[in-house]
Design a protein around this ligand. Structure first.
Ligand SMILES: Cc1cc2nc3c(=O)[nH]c(=O)nc-3n(C[C@H](O)[C@H](O)[C@H](O)COP(=O)(O)O)c2cc1C
Ligand code: SF4
Length: 488
């Protein structure tokens, strides 16, 4: 993973855990209501993909155990991982693109209801993503994948396709980058060096051109399924490297009314929301997750996101959850045979920062942008709750953010993975028992390898305990150990 060149090692923020009296007046543990959103407290677990679904996208017992474990900490809200809305194979990622996925999703909902005793509101994140291929072996790329054009013929001085292919491969073998850069287009070079990746701007491709027609009904069908499965709501995934975030991005220069100026870039996200709302009605929670900043050269800025936030709020969304960065455009080069991963470059760092950082450090990097977006929404006379995340892992951080108007709800992903009981411990005045995330991203490294995600603080503990499920390679437990109240 990329790290800021300053490489300053930051210490975890001091934690003065609250007493039971402090908890009584804590904003973080106070309820919030807005339109369909009704949380008993403002603690929130954002989406985290654990790589536990079947290859066909079904809920497994491991998926259920993962969410049950989070629900035992009884957060105000829990968002189920990015779940694919199409009925197409996508490896072990959860899917909701057909009714056959409903029984498993219903079991997941029941498990969360039971474990949280009905306290936790359960949402599911709905995602669409485009095709991305692994970085090819150069022999295969030049030998088969590259479509030979006249530019290649001119550049190599060869006529027959086979000869062109051979000449290009020879240039690659000789590491003649200058020649390759002259002959291949930037897109072809990217396909060679990173692996082929579709973009929302590939208007020459009919299925990409037609996304504005295809996506609203797909999202609406998926949201209706979520409603039928018993979820309290959906989070439309408009963040990070995926289709909807790419429409919002300033890099989207589609010329069909869905790209270019920000008024056009937000058009499809609003149309998707409109279609979803029409389908599920006003009592079902519908919000979205989007970026405060793309954190890319030429990408969307905070100015764009203030505008997006206001428009989403005006459209009637029940919450807006804010992340940052996490894009493909600056991802590091994958090894041959692996696909690029959007959290490996500088924008990825902004999304999931670690303790080796710059002056600013990894804690709460998204808070000031979130405050700015919230101010824009409030200035428009709207009270839409803003959920912020990114390096927030103590009670004081959360409380300061809420008291100073940085957000209305505070979300913690990695801290909750490190200790799924931490909300419960803090709520009971036992914050000293919290297992604190050390923000080194061991978990994210597993995610990157598409391995079952666990936390280094507990995954080697008590492996022989009865009932412990182990990861595929048998060396890690999949779920955090139970918290013994009288321990330590
Ligand atoms: C293993 C892992 C998987 C993640 N999967 C998702 C996801 O499916 N959808 C999403 O919006 N964010 C995802 N994230 C990002 C988190 O929701 C969160 O924004 C990020 O980790 C920063 O918050 P934190 O500092 O509290 O961990 C994931 C993070 C991790 C560590
Ligand atoms: S693996 Fe590391 S970064 Fe991830 S949750 Fe655990 S302590 Fe935090």
């Amino acid at each position: 993973m990329w790290k800021p060149p300053e490489r300053i090692r930051h210490r975890l923020p001091e934690a003065q855990w609250p007493t039971l009296d402090d908890i009584q007046s804590a904003l973080w543990f106070s309820p919030i209501r807005y339109r369909a959103l009704d949380l008993v407290e403002r603690t929130w677990v954002p989406a985290m993909v654990p790589w536990r679904a079947t290859e066909q996208g079904f809920v497994t017992q491991d998926v259920i155990d993962w969410y049950r474990r989070f629900a035992e900490g009884k957060p105000g809200a829990l968002v189920v991982e990015a779940t694919g809305i199409r009925d197409v194979p996508s490896g072990p990622l959860l899917r909701i693109g057909h009714d056959r996925f409903l029984p498993g999703l219903r079991d997941l909902v029941s498990a969360v209801r039971e474990a949280s005793e009905g306290r936790t509101r359960l949402f599911i994140q709905l995602i669409d993503f485009l095709t991305i291929r692994r970085r090819p072996e150069p022999e295969k790329y030049f030998g088969r994948y590259l479509r030979i054009t006249d530019t290649h013929r001119r550049g190599t001085g060869q006529d027959a396709d086979e000869d062109v292919r051979e000449a290009l491969l020879a240039l690659h073998a000789a590491d003649d980058r200058e020649a390759l850069e002259r002959i291949l287009s930037p897109r072809e070079l990217e396909s060679l060096n990173q692996g082929f990746r579709e973009r929302v701007t590939d208007l020459d491709q009919p299925h990409i051109r037609d996304l504005p027609q295809a996506l609203p009904p797909l999202f609406a069908d998926a949201a209706e399924r979520a409603q039928r499965a018993g979820f309290d709501g959906v989070e439309l995934h408009y963040a990070h490297a995926y289709t909807m975030a790419s429409f919002l991005s300033a890099l989207n220069d589609r010329d069909d009314g869905y790209g270019g100026p920000r008024e056009h870039r937000i058009r499809l996200p609003l149309e998707v929301y409109g279609r979803v709302r029409e389908r599920v009605g006003g009592d079902f929670v519908v919000g979205c997750r989007f970026l405060t900043e793309d954190c890319l050269d030429g990408g969307s800025t905070l100015e764009d996101s203030r505008y997006f936030g206001r428009r989403f709020a005006e459209a009637g969304m029940d919450f807006l959850s804010l992340s940052r960065g996490g894009k493909f455009e600056d991802a590091t080069q994958p090894k041959v045979g692996r696909a690029a991963y959007p959290y490996t470059g500088p924008s990825g760092y902004e999304c999931m920062p670690v303790v080796i950082s710059d002056e600013q450090g990894p804690f709460g990097r998204n808070v000031e942008p979130s405050r700015s977006i919230r101010e824009e929404i409030r200035a428009a006379g709207l009270a839409t709750p803003v959920v912020v995340s990114g390096g927030i892992a103590t009670f004081e951080q959360a409380e300061d953010i809420l008291r100073s108007g940085g957000a209305d709800v505070v979300a913690s992903a990695r801290q909750t993975l490190a200790d799924p009981d931490w909300f419960l411990k803090v709520r009971k005045g036992l914050g000293g028992h919290v297992r604190r995330c050390i923000f080194t991203n061991y978990c994210e490294g597993l995610d990157q390898m598409h391995k079952q995600v666990t936390c280094q603080l507990w995954d080697r503990e008590d492996l022989d305990e009865p009932g412990v499920t182990l990861a595929n390679e048998n060396r890690r437990r999949l779920i955090a150990p139970k918290w013994q109240v009288d321990e330590g």
